[in-house]
Design a protein around this ligand. Structure first.
Ligand SMILES: *Cc1c(COP(=O)(O)O)cnc(C)c1O
Length: 363
């Protein structure tokens, strides 16, 4: 029998042993909405006005999450697109022909893509001993050709929040734009006392991903800007569409992301997300302590991400046992307490860690 004729329906992997991903199972309402709007194209809002109206609502709802009264922006394919667009807007609005972008070395790799595609120089500054951007080191790398300074609100590896207000000041002093990457952290930080959003600092653009902690279906990223000037700097004319201009990086894009972000935000903001944050933070604190008492070095979680220094052999054995794990660039095991990660699944993981230790003793 050929593959085409095969009766078996392909199945996606289960989330049960996925510990390092920043994606998760969509909220049930988000899954339903994604299917319902699958065949719409918000890339052509005049032809698909229903999804276009939903998208405007999503931007306004994201404004509530990031504390901006009157945000503009759109639902991107993810944090990567939103970060590229932040760099692109800054480059297009600046006068220099030799632009550079300055940020901490903890920046997500999407900025490497942005620098490559847009032909801007990416200048990375070392972080401090707690993995946060060092403001003086950032300031040292800024010059007259700096078009954008980037701070991270929830780093991908350690969940750290850079000193956003101070970075914003440094950017302003240099007449550069300021972007905050809250792709992962955006749906966690509203429930903390971190200084990270539009009410805390002078911010031009922000990335916040509904398809991570926002529990929307992929692809749903958020690109948020303070003024229309940013979108104007990104827009191109669009002949052969009913709509006359387009500021997104993609052309045709699925309305599934837009509709699912709308459904997830409607269902979960703010109480559902707060509950996720509190559950995730409790798990992170507990899991960090469980690994510590087993003798491992743990990077203390500020938010629901735990990094643990474990030997390569252990990492490989746990991967072999079916755990889906990733490492930080320094080599630590990284566990992200997404909504699908439970105390039961982590207890199963710890049991496997204990088996490693006892089989090690027998050897
Ligand atoms: C995940 C992440 C990104 C990239 O987002 P995608 O949705 O995977 O494109 C960018 N920045 C940070 C801080 C992230 O955690």
């Amino acid at each position: 029998m050929t593959a085409l004729g095969s009766a078996a329906r392909p199945e996606p992997q289960s989330f049960e042993r996925v510990l390092s991903s920043m994606c998760t199972e969509p909220h049930p309402a988000a899954r339903e909405a994604a299917t319902h709007f699958l065949a719409t194209n918000p890339g052509d809002p005049d032809t698909y006005p229903a999804v276009a109206a939903l998208e405007r609502e999503v931007v306004s709802m994201l404004g509530d999450v990031v504390d901006h009264q009157d945000p503009t922006g759109y639902v991107a394919t993810g944090g990567t697109e939103a970060n590229i667009q932040a760099v692109r807007a800054a480059r297009n609005l600046a006068a220099t022909d030799d632009p550079n972008v300055v940020g901490p070395e903890s920046l997500h790799f999407s900025f490497q893509k942005a620098a490559d595609v847009l032909d801007v120089d990416l200048r990375l500054a070392p972080v401090d001993e707690d993995y946060r951007a060092d403001v003086d080191a950032i300031a040292d790398r800024i010059d007259d050709d700096t078009v954008l300074v980037v701070g991270i609100a929830g780093t991908t590896e350690y969940g750290r929040v850079d000193p956003i207000p101070a970075l914003s000041d440094v950017a302003r002093d240099a007449d550069a734009r300021f972007h905050v990457d809250a792709a992962w952290g955006g749906f966690a930080l509203p429930f903390t006392d971190e200084q990270w959003n539009f009410a805390h600092a002078d911010i031009d653009t922000m990335t916040i991903d509904p398809h991570k902690l926002g529990q929307a279906a992929i692809p749903a990223g958020g690109f948020i800007a303070t003024d229309e000037r940013t979108l104007d700097a990104l827009a191109v004319d669009t002949p052969y569409l009913e709509s006359t201009g387009q500021a997104t990086l993609t052309g045709t894009r699925s309305g599934a992301g837009v509709a699912s972000a709308h459904a997830a935000l409607s269902a979960q903001w703010p109480d559902g997300y707060r509950e996720n944050y509190e559950t995730g933070m409790n798990l992170a604190t507990w899991f960090a302590e469980e690994m510590r008492v087993r003798g491992y070095d743990v990077v203390s979680p500020h938010h629901p991400i735990v990094a643990v220094d474990i030997p390569t052999g252990d990492f490989e054995a746990l991967t072999e046992a079916g755990w889906r794990l990733a490492r930080t660039s320094a080599g630590e095991l990284r566990v992200v307490m997404m909504p699908h990660v439970t105390r039961d699944s982590l207890a199963g993981f710890l049991a496997d860690v204990d088996d490693l230790a006892s089989s090690g003793e027998e050897r």
